[in-house]
Structures are given as C-alpha cells and as structure tokens.
Write a protein that binds this ligand. Structure first.
Ligand code: SF4
Ligand code: SF4
Length: 153
C-alpha cells in the first residue's frame, strides 16, 4: 500500500522528469497503439515517448496493460521504501523536494515540456543564466541521487 501511495503521488518516471521514453518490445506496440497512444520508431527501436500520454493526474490510465518496462521499473526511492530503509513520509518528502526543484526550474525556463529538458536545450543554446544553470544542475543531481541511479527503463 505504501509503495502504491508513493508512486501515485510521484509519477516522475512517467512525466518526463527521469526518462525521455519507454522502450517497447515489438509485441507491445499494437497494444499501446490500440489505447490511442503514439509510438515513435518501429520494431526493436519502438518507444512510448514521455511525458507519457497515458498519464493523467499522476495516474497511469492503462495500468493493467502498461508495457513491460513500466511493470518492472523500480527507482531507488521505491527500492528504499520496499526495503524499509526509508518510511513513507520521508519518501514523500523526497518526492516533494524533487518537485519543488523542478518547479523552480520551470519558472526560470518558461515553456512546454519537462523543465529539465527545456533547461538543457536552453543551456546548449547558451541562453541559460549561471543561476538557472545551477538550478538545473542541482535538480538533475537530486533526481540522479534519489531516484535514477544506474537503473534504466
Ligand atoms: S519514480 Fe519511483 S517512486 Fe516515482 S512513480 Fe516511479 S517508481 Fe514510483
Ligand atoms: S504507460 Fe503508464 S506506467 Fe508506463 S510510462 Fe505511461 S503512465 Fe507511466
């Protein structure tokens, strides 16, 4: 129950904060497309882009039919909660801090799409102030340290 609560309040692995896409096995492509979702690429290179179009109000609307990588993915925070290394309240505080960092970055880099992506694009174009660059770096490092680690979808 705690694990479900954590993910229902988080969704950072679905909204583009942690990943740009979910890789799909060839056999999963039809099922995803039947749910009205756009698939990019084909065969072994097919992906479901993120922010995921199946995500609404931080809930997966195709949960029972979600692709294999979505079923198997466990971020570091999830694993820590599952192993009782952290309690639910502390885990939710980590999610809140991640969202606060991303929200601050979103304010500094207005536009559409995940704030880290916007910031990286602006940085590559040389349009990021040193302060915003620091916000971007700290947000990215926080996600890496508390969520992503070495695990990829
Ligand atoms: S990033 Fe982790 S805690 Fe958040 S929804 Fe994904 S698996 Fe759950
Ligand atoms: S299909 Fe569901 S679990 Fe997978 S990325 Fe989309 S919203 Fe998240």
């Amino acid at each position: 129950m705690s694990l479900a609560t954590l993910c229902q309040r988080c969704a950072l692995c679905c909204d583009g904060a942690l990943f740009a896409a979910v890789p799909l096995a060839p056999a999963e492509v039809d099922a995803v497309q039947r749910r009205g979702l756009v698939v990019l690429g084909r065969d072994d290179g097919a992906v479901l882009p993120q922010p995921c179009a199946a995500l609404h109000a931080r809930q997966c609307t195709i949960y029972a039919d979600r692709p294999g990588p979505c079923r198997s993915y466990r971020c570091m925070l999830y694993a820590a909660l599952e192993a009782d290394e952290v309690g639910l309240d502390d885990a939710l505080a980590v999610v809140a801090e991640a969202r606060a960092r991303l929200d601050a970055l979103a304010l500094a880099v207005p536009g559409e799409g995940p704030p880290l992506v916007r910031a990286r694009v602006a940085a590559r174009a040389g349009h990021l102030s040193p302060e915003t660059h620091a916000l971007m770096t700290r947000a990215s490092e926080f996600l890496e340290r508390r969520f992503r680690g070495h695990t990829r979808r």
